[in-house]
Design a protein around this ligand. Structure first.
Ligand SMILES: *Cc1c(COP(=O)(O)O)cnc(C)c1O
Length: 217
């Protein structure tokens, strides 16, 4: 997989060092996270709070392991995610941003939580993510939140159509977010089947599950 990512980066004229691969471990046991860690993986992703929290607890001894929360968040659970996640890729509405906006009184010295605005690039409002027209308003809200640190944007390509076109749109939204905060330049995009298209459109964080872990449901 590393070779395929490096090759896609070279094709796009980009440096592989500018791309972080997050291995999505959902549906797999904590033992797999241990195996990945032994192979050098330090960034792992989960999309459900309970599963993420349990695995993070089971692997607390793995120094330097970073958990990325990539799934839809409930405002009620959002604060708990802060306890184990090193970043949240799914800030998709004001209530979630507000739930994470304030410093956790139990951990007053914790650094701001890095967060990505998730954009819905489909025509289906039920899919996760904020409507493209509302990205800047939500980004402004994140920038005003003392306990959040805006990193950039995130999206999942629609099931239908050319993912490259969707990622091109995401890159344009990233450019607009950077007019608000120039260093919020990260783009979380690209999964097992569309990482090359995402890299071509500037993705800095890939979220790869099945191509690395196989399928298990
Ligand atoms: C599961 C998941 C992935 C990984 O998908 P694969 O197709 O298995 O690579 C990436 N992003 C999100 C938000 C996911 O839920």
């Amino acid at each position: 997989m590393t070779a395929r990512i490096e090759s896609a980066a070279r094709t796009a004229g980009r440096s592989p060092e500018d791309i972080t691969t997050i291995v999505v471990t959902k549906f797999h046991p904590a033992d797999l996270v241990r195996d990945l860690y032994a192979l050098g993986v330090r960034d792992v992703g989960e999309n459900r709070h309970q599963e993420a929290r349990d695995k993070a607890e089971e692997t607390v001894d793995l120094t330097g392991l970073r958990w990325h929360f990539i799934g839809q968040l409930q405002s009620k659970k959002a604060r708990q995610v802060r306890r184990y996640a090193s970043s949240v890729h799914s800030l998709d509405r004001a209530s979630v941003v507000d739930a994470l906006a304030q410093v956790d009184p139990e951990f007053p010295d914790a650094p701001p939580l890095p967060g990505f605005i998730q954009v819905n690039l489909t025509d289906d409002p039920a899919r996760g993510g904020v409507h493209p027209d509302d990205v800047l308003a939500l980004a402004t809200r994140v920038l005003e939140a003392p306990a959040l640190s805006l990193q950039g944007v995130m999206a999942v390509a629609p099931l239908e159509g050319d993912p490259r076109i969707a990622f091109e749109r995401l890159r344009e939204l990233s450019d607009r977010v950077r007019t608000l905060k120039p260093d919020a330049r990260y783009i979380s995009a690209g999964m097992s089947h569309d990482f090359a298209e995402a890299i071509a459109e500037g993705a800095t964080h890939l979220r790869i599950g099945s191509a690395i872990t196989g399928n298990r449901r």
